[in-house]
Design a protein around this ligand. Sequence first.
Ligand SMILES: [Zn+2]
Length: 135
Amino acid sequence: MHATQPSDPLEDLLAGPSTSTTPSGDLALLGSVCAGCGARAFPARMTCHVCAGGRPAEAPVGSSGVLYSWTRVHVSATRDTPYALGYVDMDGAGDGGVRVLGLLDPVGAEWAVGDVVRVVATEGADDWSFTKDAR
Ligand SMILES: [Zn+2]
């Protein structure tokens, strides 16, 4: 019988899903936070992008945010077109705010800088996207 290796939380994070469900039932993105300087990142990183410290820990970066910029893509060799991409400044990361690039759904919506968006589950290769927050 083989002894099992103890699980490495950071390797599990990097290999695992990029989302979790909050206590209120919202879908949140999971990134990492540096123990040395507090910088957050999404996706999770092995080394801090600010101080180069190692072993950041798992941390949520939020379930909603504000659209910083966006574009609609009409030519792609890897996915059906058109699709919309946006940079979102996440609300849930405190002072170490995180700007996340993600798909915008639905692609044909009238998107505008400053729109409030939230993370939603999707099917297919991308397991989440942003949609307008109507709440
Ligand atoms: Zn750091």
